[in-house]
Design a protein around this ligand. Structure first.
Ligand SMILES: NC(=O)C1=CN([C@@H]2O[C@H](COP(=O)(O)OP(=O)(O)OC[C@H]3O[C@@H](n4cnc5c(N)ncnc54)[C@H](O)[C@@H]3O)[C@@H](O)[C@H]2O)C=CC1
Ligand SMILES: O=C(CO)COP(=O)(O)O
Length: 397
């Protein structure tokens, strides 16, 4: 389509009204959606790269992708945001990878929704439902503060997608991050999960992912379009809870796999852990949401993510070191030393799952999940991943 209308220096995609009937034909104006990425860790940066590649080619989106950065000062004295904008690389969390010139790092969360006035100011019919798209990718322990600082600032028809693997535990029970975002910001929130080790996708090695959506297939298709590249294949699944819980719970299984590696117990044992883990993932999901579909476990967000994280993820790696040290060095210490600012999700998730299960009196039914937390918190030695008390097998066999 020939661009015919200039707005603030940018071309819109459809027809313009003349000044005499300004307003009368406003509903013919197509607006471009703007994408903001909230979070700039290794995965947030890769996600920005994927999306920025697509916004350049999709006429319905603004080229620019703003990426909110939790500001920090690098050892050189330079601010991380300045370094990203100077080099077009996230030199701390994803060094060596160009993000795309249209990715703009910004430390001010308010700027992530700056087009609100732009859109209201022109009082137009919104052709695209997804006028402002967000996706949120900070580690889950930080989402609370981020949402609080966004409350009341996000337009209600914005669409969000969460890439966060984790969950919130409230007094009344567990709460999915996507639900939490929806409740806090009053917007719809889909999820994207999958076997997605960030460093591999950054190097454009092939990977699959799953978009979990609630009921709007059209929105899901837009997310698929925004993320899909020749090396990143995205499948929509109408099971937001199943997709998100798979992404969340597999990190606990990966910690167990790391213990097995640290204890040099072999690949067969690790495969057993993966099997037990998948079973507990399924049971936990169904306990929380009977709507969760069996097929979801066979998508990238399910078995594929468990496998890749149990073999190549950070949770596995740090848990291996923890077991090798006989549990004498804490996860916090090892995480700081080995990951240099990157964050593990498996340890806090294991604690959260444990709290939920204890609250419901169901710990006995989830021996793998329970044992992982008890080891992480120092109540049991790493070897308890197989042998619990009195040398009885703790795993369900
Ligand atoms: N890295 C990966 O391979 C993948 C990660 N994920 C998920 O993506 C989410 C984000 O993880 P990553 O991008 O890997 O992060 P990361 O672990 O690489 O980096 C840590 C991030 O936390 C931020 N941060 C530190 N303190 C903060 C604070 N007080 N408030 C807000 N942010 C703060 C840092 O700026 C940095 O962006 C997690 O839920 C993770 O499970 C999902 C798929 C792949
Ligand atoms: O979620 C991930 C891969 O899909 C990343 O896992 P780790 O955080 O263990 O690296």
């Amino acid at each position: 389509m020939t661009p015919a209308f200039e707005l603030e220096g940018e071309t819109a995609t459809t027809h313009h009204t003349n000044s005499a009937n300004n307003g009368a034909n406003d509903n013919q104006i197509g607006f471009k959606s703007r994408v903001s990425v909230i979070g700039s860790g290794s995965w947030g940066s890769v996600a920005a790269k994927l999306v920025a590649f697509n916004t350049l080619n999709l006429s319905s989106f603004h080229d620019e992708v703003k990426m909110w950065v939790f500001e920090e000062t690098l050892q050189s004295g330079e601010k991380l945001t300045d370094a990203i904008n100077r080099t077009n690389e996230n030199i701390k969390y994803l060094p060596g990878i160009k993000l795309g010139k249209n990715v703009i790092a910004d430390p001010d969360l308010d700027n992530a929704q700056e087009d609100v006035h732009f859109v209201y100011g022109h009082d137009v019919y919104i052709q695209l439902k997804m006028q402002t798209c967000w996706f949120l990718s900070p580690p889950h322990q930080f989402i609370d503060n981020i949402c609080k600082s966004l409350v009341g600032k996000v337009r209600s028809d914005a669409e969000a997608i969460s890439l966060i693997k984790g969950m919130e535990v409230k007094i009344e029970g567990p709460c999915l991050i996507s639900t939490y975002i929806s409740e806090q910001l009053g917007i719809n929130c889909s999820v994207l999960m999958g076997a997605n080790l960030a460093n591999e996708i950054a190097e454009e090695k092939f990977s699959e992912a799953t978009v979990g959506y609630r009921n709007n297939r059209e929105i899901a298709e837009q997310w698929v379009q925004l993320f899909t590249t020749p090396y990143f294949m995205v499948t929509p699944v109408q099971d937001v809870e199943g997709v998100e819980l798979c992404g969340t719970l597999k990190n606990v299984v990966a910690i167990a796999a790391g213990f097995v590696d640290g204890l040099d117990m072999g690949n067969n044992m690790k495969a057993a852990i993966i099997k037990f883990g998948l079973r507990e993932m399924r049971d936990f999901c169904k306990l929380l949401f009977s709507s969760v579909k069996d097929d979801t476990f066979f998508e990238s967000c399910g078995v594929a993510d468990v496998i890749t994280t149990c073999f190549g993820g950070r949770n596995r790696k740090v848990a291996e070191a923890f077991a090798k040290n006989g549990g004498k060095r804490s996860f916090d210490e090892l995480e700081a030393e080995m990951l240099q600012g990157q964050k593990l999700q498996g340890v806090p998730t294991a604690r959260e799952v444990y709290e939920v299960l204890r609250h419901w009196g169901l710990l006995e039914l989830f021996p793998l999940f329970a044992t992982v937390h008890e080891i992480c918190s120092g109540c049991l030695p790493p070897s308890a991943i197989v042998i619990y008390s009195e040398k009885k097998p703790r795993l369900p066999v």
